[in-house]
Design a protein around this ligand. Sequence first.
Ligand SMILES: Cc1cc2nc3c(=O)[nH]c(=O)nc-3n(C[C@H](O)[C@H](O)[C@H](O)COP(=O)(O)OP(=O)(O)OC[C@H]3O[C@@H](n4cnc5c(N)ncnc54)[C@H](O)[C@@H]3O)c2cc1C
Length: 334
Amino acid sequence: MRPTRVVVVGAGVAGLSSAVAVLEQLPHCSVTVISDSFSPDTTGDVAAGLWEPFLVGNSNEKDILKWAKGTWDQFHQWFQSGEEWGVRMVPGHTFSDSPSQIPSWSNIPAQFLEYSMSECQQISPCYVFGYSFTTWVAQPSIFLPKLKAIVEEKGGKIINRRLKSLDEAAPDADVVVNCSGIGARVLVPDLSVVPVRGQVVRVRAPWVTSFLIDESKSTHAYIIPNTDCVVLGGTLDEGEWDLTVNADTARQILKRCCELDPSLKDAEVLGSAVGLRPYRKAGVRLEEDVVMTSGRAVPVIHNYGHSGCGVTLMWGCARDVASRVATLVMKAAL
Ligand SMILES: Cc1cc2nc3c(=O)[nH]c(=O)nc-3n(C[C@H](O)[C@H](O)[C@H](O)COP(=O)(O)OP(=O)(O)OC[C@H]3O[C@@H](n4cnc5c(N)ncnc54)[C@H](O)[C@@H]3O)c2cc1C
């Protein structure tokens, strides 16, 4: 019997984790990844890599918690492997100038603690809400090349190609897994996927070992240490497609982050980057569909629209994708 042919579209965090999960869970499948960009040029390469469900639209909360927990456990496993996956535990704080609720995911990370109003105001008189927790930070520019290498080691094929529509992926596929991020807007086409542009500045500041997030609407900023740099952010520009770095914005990010942590004024600036978060008001789309090719209906599993937390959700979603491929294989004896 020939192996089930799975074609994964996209080589970002969603695509490569899905490809590895399918190869691990279903070793009898052949996997091909088709993508027109790879690390270091994917959205994840711009991300700060903080594990925190954020900007998830109207996603089902139970799903978000399940996917986020799945990724949490996978990061733990990578960390314990002793290999350099670019994953480490980082403590930190989030503050805001408007009252809010404790997030629904608060029991997943370690040491989650809500601050009282007076504790918040010791940090800044504008803060009225805040909490601290310890979480994983996973640097995609380190783990994405490793995931790509695993796909190849396990016999998967990688093809560098731009697709005009999803059916172009289908002729040699029994199942298509669509992990095209913002590209889903054209590929599916799904016009509900919109970019939320994010610009960051990377600096060398090894003395910064905790994260700090200001969630206030007018002063939104974050400082997130990665393995080899500190990521300073950021912007949340809905509907903006421009991938070029705006020098003025970079200066403002630096200024705001130096106000939050004045030690950053001594940091060496390494560069800036821009990425487009694939935002969907309805939330993450992880569900089955079909695409027609030469009169044949090929099952599609969509896995896109992870918006501001694609790193946080990637492994839980990838496992879900692999389980859905397994069910399709069983049902149709593909
Ligand atoms: C500034 C910023 C900070 C962020 N910080 C965090 C964070 O701290 N924590 C967190 O969890 N998340 C964070 N995110 C969000 C996270 O980066 C994204 O949710 C995630 O990277 C999306 O991954 P993806 O694989 O779905 O999309 P992408 O990385 O965009 O990958 C899509 C892939 O599909 C391919 N593709 C698309 N269209 C086509 C086509 N027509 N033909 C062929 N290939 C195609 C592309 O080439 C690409 O390889 C941040 C994002 C930004 C921009």
